[in-house]
Design a protein. Sequence first.
Length: 77
Amino acid sequence: MTLKTIKELRDAAPFKPFDVHLADGRAFTVVTPDHLFVMPNSNSREFLIVLPDDAFRIIDISQVTSIGRGPRKASTH
């Protein structure tokens, strides 16, 4: 995964929400373009996602396992 891909999804017109899945099993939804920030340093490997409750997470791109759109499937245990 690359920051370029993340930025392309954020900047797509029309924007469609997408999920960012991490290596530890967490997933975060980017609900609007304003909810995702890429660090301005061109050498940075981090981006920030603002969550619905106004909390945020700074994520290193190396921890992203996949990104996608659409309904999440319920996990079966």
